[in-house]
Design a protein around this ligand. Structure first.
Ligand SMILES: Cc1cn([C@H]2C[C@H](O)[C@@H](COP(=O)(O)OP(=O)(O)OP(=O)(O)O)O2)c(=O)[nH]c1=O
Length: 621
C-alpha cells in the first residue's frame, strides 16, 4: 500500500537510490517507493571548512553522490533514470562534523565525544531529476536537509568498548546506530527518528509534494501551510489540478494547471484523457522484474568466480577485458559483457584503464583470500545450481534432486552425493570451510562457554569452528567428530598455531558410532540436513552422552514462527528441500525438540547474517 500518493506518482518512473545504506533502502521501500539501488562512487572528501554550515556540507555531498550515479548511468545505460536520490548523514558535536569512523579507535573518540551530551544529526538529501536530450544528460536538483537532536547518556569505558566490539559503529555516522544496539546509549531524541537512521522520510514526502503539486496561483495569494503532508484526500484534490502528469512541476516554465487556466481548453481535455489512461495503468513491476533477473545475476557472479576473474585482478593494475579473456581462454566480447555486469553489481571497478577488483572481491571472491568464499561459489555453481534447475520436481515430489542430477539413486546423502568422489568432497569441504570461517567467531562468542572444559563439534568438518572455540577459550579441549574421509582431508585446512594442541579429530558416523565424551556438544548447521526422525535419533544420542549440566550449542537459521518474514531463512529451507533430507525450523520447533530430549534453559542469540545460536543445558533425566 502506498499511503503517500505522491510516491504512487513515481511508480512508473525509473527511480534510483544512489546509496549503499541498507537503512535508506529499507525506509524507502517500506514507504512503497519502487527503486533501483546503485551505490554512489563519489568519495566523501569535500573540504568541510569551505561550508558555512554542516548541513550545507551534507547537502552538497548528497548532491554529488546522486549526480555521480546519474552521469554513470547515463553513460552506461540506454535509459537514463528519471530520478536519482542521494543522501548523506552526519553527526555534529561542538562544531565538529563526525562521519563514519575509520577504525575502532576513531569510533572510541567519536563516542566519547558524544557521551553525556546532546548532538545534532543532519541528513542532506538531493533529488536529481534527469532527462536526456541529444545524448546529453540534463539534471535539475532539489535539495533539503533535516536536523534531529539526540542526547546520549554518560557512557562508561566498559560499555563503550563493548559497543565498539559489537562492530555496529563502523558503517554509521558518529559511530552509532540508534535503530539497533546504539539505541541503548540514547536518552532522548528531538525530531525525526528516521532522519537519524539515514533518511528523513517525512520531509522527503513534503518535498515531493512541493515538486509535484506546486501551489496554485490562487493558493499563493493565501497563506499556504507546507509544514504537513496533506492527508490522502487532499492529495486527490491536488492531483486533479496538476494535470495528472508524473513529471515534477516546472516552476520556471509554469505548471500544467497554469496552462489550463490560460484557456488551452483542448490541451486540458487531452491532458485529462492522458491522466485517466495513466491512472488506469498498474504500477510498473520493477521489483518483479528484478526478482526475475536475480538468477542471471547469480550466474554471472558464479561464472566470474569459476573463471577466476577475481584472482586475475587481485592486487594487479587495472586490466582490459581482452587481457583477462586471453588468460582464461574466453572470447573478448563475452568477457567484456561479463566484467561490465560484475562492475554494475559492485564487484569490480571500471575505469578508462580497465577493470580492477573492489574491496569485496579482494576479500571474498579471490580464491586465496583469508575469508574467501570462492569454494562456496563453486559449490553453488557446480552442484546447487544444477539441483535448483529441478526445483519444480523437488516441489512436486517433496524431496531433494540429487538422483535427477546424478542419474542414479541416492541412499546416503553424503557418501552417494556430496562425497561421491575426492573432488566433490574437497569442493564441499572448501565451501563449508569458507562459510564456517566467516561465522565461527560470532558462534564462539555468542555465549559465555567458559564453564566447559571439553567440547565435541559433531559434524565439525574442517574444524574452522573448533579453532575459534579454542582461541576464545584457551582452557577448552575440542574434538571434531566427522566421517573418516572428512577427518583425513581436514588436516589440510588446519593452520599451525597455538590452538592446534587444543583440537583433536575423531572419525566416525554420528548416526552409528558412539560420540566422543564432552561437557559441551556443538551441532552447527547439522540438524537442518535431516528429517525429523533422524533429528530425534541424533538428539537422543547427544542427550545420552551428556551428564546433567552438560551443554548443547545449536546453530541454525531460525524461521519466524509464522513463516512469513525471515526471507533469508525461508529460502534456506527451500534450499534444504532441494539439497538435503531436512528443512529449517523455528525457535519454537527447536525448543520443543530440545526439551523432548532433556535440554532446558534454552537461550537464543541472533548472529549477523542469517544464523542463530541456541544454548541449552541437559537436565537430569
Ligand atoms: C547516526 C546514525 C547513522 N546511521 C547511518 C546512516 C547512514 O547509512 C550512515 C552515514 O553514512 P552516509 O555516508 O550518509 O551513508 P552510507 O555510506 O551508509 O551510504 P551511501 O553513502 O552509499 O549513501 O550512518 C545509522 O544507521 N544510524 C544512526 O543512528
Amino acid at each position: 500500500m502506498v499511503l503517500c500518493p505522491v510516491i504512487g506518482k513515481l511508480l512508473h518512473k525509473r527511480v534510483v537510490l544512489a546509496s549503499a545504506s541498507p537503512r535508506r533502502q529499507e525506509i524507502l521501500s517500506n514507504a512503497g517507493l519502487r527503486f533501483e539501488v546503485v551505490p554512489s562512487k563519489f568519495k566523501e572528501k569535500l573540504d568541510k571548512a569551505s561550508f558555512a554550515t554542516p548541513y550545507g556540507y551534507a547537502m552538497e555531498t548528497a548532491k554529488q553522490k546522486a549526480l555521480e550515479v546519474a552521469s554513470r548511468m547515463h553513460q552506461k545505460d540506454l535509459r537514463t533514470p528519471d530520478m536519482v536520490i542521494g543522501a548523506d548523514t552526519i553527526v555534529t558535536v561542538g562544531g565538529l562534523i563526525l562521519e563514519k569512523p575509520v577504525d575502532k579507535q576513531d569510533a572510541y573518540r567519536m563516542l566519547s565525544r558524544l557521551s553525556g551530551k546532546e548532538h545534532s544529526v543532519f541528513t542532506g538529501v538531493a533529488i536529481v531529476h534527469c532527462s536526456s536530450k541529444d545524448r546529453q544528460l540534463h539534471t535539475r536538483v532539489s535539495e533539503f536537509y533535516e536536523e534531529t537532536t539526540v542526547k546520549f547518556s554518560e557512557l562508561s569505558e566498559e560499555l563503550l568498548w563493548e559497543y565498539i566490539h559489537s562492530g555496529e559503529p563502523m558503517d554509521k555516522a558518529g559511530g552509532y546506530g540508534i535503530q539497533a544496539l546504539g539505541g541503548m546509549l540514547v536518552e532522548s531524541v528531538h525530531g525525526d527518528f528516521l532522519n537519524v537512521v539515514g533518511f528523513p522520510l517525512n520531509h522527503f514526502c513534503k518535498q515531493l509534494v512541493e515538486l509535484y503539486y506546486p501551489p496554485r496561483p490562487e493558493d499563493l495569494r493565501q497563506p499556504v501551510q507546507h509544514d504537513s503532508i496533506p492527508a490522502v484526500d487532499t492529495f486527490e484534490d491536488l492531483s486533479d489540478v496538476d494535470g495528472g502528469g508524473s513529471e515534477p512541476a516546472q516552476r520556471e516554465t509554469g505548471s500544467c494547471d497554469e496552462k489550463a487556466e490560460a484557456g488551452v481548453a483542448g490541451q486540458a481535455t487531452a491532458e485529462a484523457e492522458c491522466h485517466r489512461t495513466r491512472a488506469t495503468l498498474p504500477p510498473f513491476p520493477t521489483r518483479l522484474l528484478e526478482l526475475l533477473d536475480g538468477f542471471k545475476l547469480s550466474k554471472a557472479l558464479l561464472t566470474a568466480c569459476k573463471l577466476k576473474v577475481f584472482d586475475w585482478l587481485k592486487d594487479e593494475a587495472p586490466q582490459k577485458a581482452a587481457d583477462i579473456a586471453s588468460k582464461v581462454d574466453a572470447s573478448a566480447c563475452g568477457m567484456e559483457r561479463l566484467l561490465d555486469v560484475c562492475a554494475a553489481m559492485g564487484l569490480l571497478e571500471k575505469t578508462e584503464q580497465g577493470y580492477s577488483n573492489t574491496e569485496t572481491a579482494n576479500l571474498y571472491l579471490a580464491s586465496d583470500s583469508e575469508y574467501s568464499l570462492h569454494g562456496f561459489m563453486l559449490q553453488n555453481n557446480d552442484i546447487i545450481w544444477n539441483l535448483f534447475t529441478h526445483l519444480e520436481f523437488a516441489i512436486r515430489e517433496g524431496r531433494n534432486q540429487h538422483h535427477r542430477v546424478l542419474g542414479k539413486k541416492v541412499d546416503d546423502l553424503f557418501q552417494d552425493a556430496y562425497y561421491r568422489s575426492p573432488e566433490t568432497q574437497l569442493r564441499f569441504m572448501q565451501a563449508m570451510h569458507g562459510v564456517a570461517k566467516l561465522t565461527a567467531r560470532q558462534v564462539a562468542t555468542a555465549f559465555d562457554l567458559s564453564r566447559f572444559s571439553s567440547a565435541c563439534d559433531v559434524g565439525g568438518c574442517t574444524g574452522a569452528l573448533a579453532r575459534e572455540l579454542a582461541r576464545e577459550y584457551p582452557g577448552l579441549q575440542v574434538t571434531v567428530f566427522d566421517l573418516p574421509d572428512v577427518v583425513e582431508l581436514a588436516v589440510h585446512f588446519q593452520p599451525a598455531g597455538p590452538q592446534a594442541a587444543q583440537i583433536h579429530f575423531a572419525a566416525g558416523d554420528f548416526f552409528r558410532d558412539p560420540l566422543p565424551s564432552a561437557e559441551l556438544y556443538v551441532l552447527c548447521r547439522i540438524l537442518h540436513d535431516w528429517s525429523d526422525d533422524k533429528v530425534h535419533k541424533l538428539l537422543s544420542k547427544v542427550a545420552e552422552s551428556c551428564k546433567p549440566g552438560a551443554g548443547l550449542l545449536l546453530v541454525e537459521t531460525l524461521l519466524d514462527e509464522k513463516k512469513r518474514e525471515a526471507q533469508g531463512s525461508l529460502i534456506q529451507s527451500l534450499n534444504m528441500l532441494v539439497q538435503t533430507e531436512g528443512r529449517e525450523r523455528s525457535r519454537g520447533e527447536y525448543q520443543c525438540l530440545l526439551e523432548l530430549h532433556g535440554f532446558h534453559q534454552v537461550q537464543v542469540v541472533h548472529l549477523e547474517g542469517v544464523l542463530d545460536a541456541m544454548l541449552a543445558t541437559r537436565v537430569a533425566p
